[in-house]
Design a protein around this ligand. Structure first.
Ligand code: IMP
Ligand code: MG
Length: 174
């Protein structure tokens, strides 16, 4: 079993979310934005973000499969669960845990823009730009991190470790 080692503490994450929330609040005040969390990884981030924003918002979720059980995937994105809210003429903010190759977010931006939202932006807590395969505009970015597989704060390795309050990397037991 691998042992998680903290790379970003819960305190640093909370501080960063307060900054992001202040920025988003300024931009979306009185717009009743629709925040769409990308399941499963973003459920922790989204719940902290909406409370830090503290303005009226609506929340929905979408689920796509990219990574399967493990650290790599085919690169093919498949829609697993759609949103339930009509997108047309809404101010949509996609809330994603991490942008890695960019494939998931590219798929979602194309998918939602087809439904004619009033605006469409992306908020990602973690960004691993070194692994990017397709360019994606990140409107609100939390942390830029090096190329390592991270877990915790919602992020999993084979469905494990999502509950960890800090962002961690897995290291072998000595
Ligand atoms: P992309 O399509 O390669 O950008 O992958 C994005 C998705 O892969 C994210 O929504 C995560 O669920 C997952 N992912 C990417 N990097 C990591 C990681 O380091 N740890 C856990 N999940 C990751
Ligand atoms: Mg995941």
């Amino acid at each position: 079993m691998d042992k998680p080692k903290i790379v970003i503490t819960r305190e640093d994450i909370a501080e960063k979310i307060d900054e992001l929330a202040a920025e988003i609040r300024r931009d979306y005040k009185d717009k009743n934005p629709l925040l769409i969390g990308v399941l499963k990884g973003s459920f922790v981030f989204l719940s902290d973000l909406v409370r830090a924003m503290n303005i009226p918002v609506e929340v929905d979720f979408i689920r796509v499969s990219s990574y399967g059980a493990g650290k790599e995937s085919s690169g093919k994105i498949k829609l697993v669960k759609d949103v339930e809210t009509p997108i047309k003429d809404r101010h949509v903010l996609i809330v994603e845990d991490i942008v890695d190759r960019g494939l998931t977010v590219r798929f979602l931006l194309d998918y939602f823009s087809f439904r004619k939202p009033a605006s469409l932006k992306l908020c990602a807590l973690f960004d691993k730009p070194s692994r990017r395969k397709v360019e994606v505009p990140i409107d609100y970015r939390g942390f830029t991190i090096p190329d390592a597989f991270v877990v915790g704060y919602g992020l999993d390795y084979s469905e494990q470790y999502r509950y960890l309050p800090d962002l961690c990397v897995l290291e072998e037991h000595k």
